[in-house]
Design a protein around this ligand. Structure first.
Ligand code: JFZ
Length: 416
């Protein structure tokens, strides 16, 4: 399916800046890690005597907590269990190729050493260290491109920030951008080495012209840094789909689907609905089969520890990638649509068949390959398979058992 045949909703907002140098690593990366971490992580889905489910990072908004009261959470926010090297090492083991962490979410609390405000981890909490400095360094040591999520408009702590209408009225958004967002973005783009990307979120309060001026003033600081599409007004370098969306058909250009590991971005203690390794592997291969990246979110707790299931399941995914990574990293979308047995990804001369589901008769039907098939083998083993190429389809004979019942990938090489 060509991009221009697609329904409008998938076509809108093509990337403004397809020539951006950062898009090379981004497009090859395929698997990113999103980390939502802030004061809400310590609240863990609870406020006073009530429990909340889903989007734990929105708890201040859902409870309409007064800004002064919510800010007190910072006084006991002391994530002594945080270990940047461990985060980066786990990401590496998981096969992650870029990492994006919340520098400031909508709650307004800066998780880094900011001179722009006292409502940051340096000044308002007992921790007295900059976890983002450590994390940037740890990612660099592991060779993982590092990026910041930054909520540029919504800020429920600030009288002029977007979103908090229960404490504050008559806002001056321009003032907010001038005195907080822009200076903070400049700090982030100056003090943490080369960034892979800045992940903006939820634009608002600026005209397209004003947004363009802001973006231009930031781009000069790090021309190599990508800006996500939620900077607004089609000024981003790659596309992000809405939360937990995979397009139904291949999409040209650089893009990313974002998913949470459980049902929340920010840590919620009573949410144990984690996606299994099988689900993550299917998600990753499905997104790759449409030509995009998967950025999977983990929500560390208020002490800086990842949920045990996230560590375990991500490492299991990494183990799968050690065998089958060739069928994910650096690939483009599959040349044929999704099949009853699974999906495909491709490289020049190579079609990767992701077998999620063994056909009952062990005959894998691959329609639409017109080039001459040269070989079919199971990735990660020396096992070659026999096949029969017919005009309409190629039929591959599968062995009685496949090495990985979640997703065994076959490599089909063809010429012409
Ligand atoms: C935003 C945040 O509000 C949320 O807390 C989280 O950080 C998430 C990654 O991003 O939520 C959005 C923003 C945009 C869409 C959906 C959720 N969207 O465009 O569909």
């Amino acid at each position: 399916t060509a991009a221009q045949d697609m329904p409008d909703m998938w076509n809108k907002g093509a990337t403004a800046n397809a020539a951006h140098p950062g898009l090379k690593w981004f497009r090859e990366a395929k698997f990113g890690l999103f980390i939502h971490w802030g004061l809400y992580s310590k609240l863990a889905g609870r406020w006073k005597d009530s429990s909340y489910y889903g989007s734990g990072e929105w708890i201040m908004y859902r409870t309409k907590a007064p800004a002064t009261e919510y800010a007190k959470v910072a006084q006991t926010f002391n994530p002594t269990g945080f270990d940047a090297a461990e985060w980066a090492k786990t990401a590496k083991e998981a096969g992650i190729k870029y990492l994006v962490v919340t520098a400031k979410h909508h709650e307004g609390f800066s998780m880094y050493d900011s001179k722009v405000t006292d409502f940051d981890i340096m000044d308002a909490s007992p921790y007295k260290k900059d976890p983002m400095k450590a994390l940037a360094a740890a990612c660099k040591a592991q060779g993982i491109p590092f990026g910041f999520y930054y909520s540029q408009f919504l800020d429920w702590h600030e009288p002029n920030g977007g979103g908090n209408n229960w404490d504050f009225k008559n806002k001056d958004y321009q003032e907010y951008y001038r005195t907080k967002s822009v200076p903070q973005l400049k700090e982030l783009l100056t003090n943490y080495g080369p960034l892979g990307l800045v992940w903006f979120d939820m634009p608002g309060g600026l005209t397209p012209e004003q947004t363009k001026l802001m973006i231009d003033s930031l781009r000069v600081l790090q021309p190599g840094c990508l800006f996500s599409s939620r900077v607004g007004h089609d000024l981003g370098d790659y596309r992000d789909f809405g939360d937990s969306e995979v397009p139904p058909v291949p999409i040209a250009g650089a893009w990313e689907s974002i998913y949470t590991h459980n049902d929340s971005w920010g840590y919620i203690q009573h949410d144990l609905n984690f996606k299994s390794p099988r689900e993550i592997i299917h998600l990753l291969s499905n997104v790759a089969s449409k030509g995009g990246n998967l950025m999977l979110n983990v929500g560390p707790d208020g002490n800086g520890k990842w949920p045990a299931y996230s560590v375990e399941y991500l490492k299991a995914t990494g183990k799968w990638l050690q065998t089958y990574g060739e069928s994910i990293y650096g690939t483009t979308w599959g040349l044929i649509p999704a099949q009853p047995w699974g999906v495909t990804t491709s490289k020049p001369g190579k079609l990767f068949l992701h077998v999620w589901q063994m056909p009952a008769n062990r005959q894998l039907r691959v329609p639409g390959v017109t080039a001459k098939v040269k070989s079919v083998k199971i990735l990660g083993s020396n096992k070659t398979l026999t096949w029969k190429q017919l005009p309409e389809e190629t039929i591959v004979e599968l062995p009685v058992t496949l090495p990985d019942t979640r997703n065994t990938v076959l490599l089909m090489e063809y010429s012409g």
